[in-house]
Design a protein around this ligand. Sequence first.
Ligand code: AMP
Length: 215
Amino acid sequence: MKLILLGAPGAGKGTVAKLLTTIDGSVQISTGDILRGAVQTGSELGKEAEAYMKRGDLVPDSLIMGIMEKRLQESDCQKGFLLDGFPRTIPQAEALKELLAKLDITLDMAVNIDVPKDVILDRLCTRRTCENTECQAIYNVKSSPTKQEGICDKCGSAVIQRDDETEEAISHRLQTYNDKTAPLIGFYEKEGLLKTVSGTSSDTVVQELKAPLGF
Ligand code: AMP
């Protein structure tokens, strides 16, 4: 399957993407995960992106398109991909449209995961992420805690609160989402690709998507 996952920070895009990968071997491509990996390893990309990310601002479109142009041509994308956190702006969506046309790739759907704002805020404040860049498993201190406090169930690394998950950064990220990313819902509606699903439970989202995707 070839999907774009849209939704505010904390809507569950990453969780839904991980569940969908188990259906047909499509890969999850999270620009946020790629950027956090780059920051941790201290690469040039990481150095350029770090300050934007800490503030909860978007990284410049040109950097993101550079990452995605390479990533979409890697062989594991042939089975399918789930774009998680990309595109984030109208210029990114337009550049993606051109890139996909050039690579002769057709999208199945842009899924808008719709979650009430109070649920989003609660989820982001209680979310914890595995710090191992190869893992980045997501937990929640209330609804899905680690078995051993602070230790990732999957890889044993430390589970932390992200730098951009302080109250101030969260509120900035939500504002950025409203200003820059929410307009993509209209963009994909016009393209005839939009499907909106209620995202209060990620399992339900996946169940709702299976039939329209032919699984
Ligand atoms: P995420 O894990 O998707 O919430 O992304 C974390 C941070 O990475 C965002 O707040 C942005 O600073 C940056 N980021 C991730 N994806 C993008 C993107 N497509 N465009 C611009 N910045 C991005």
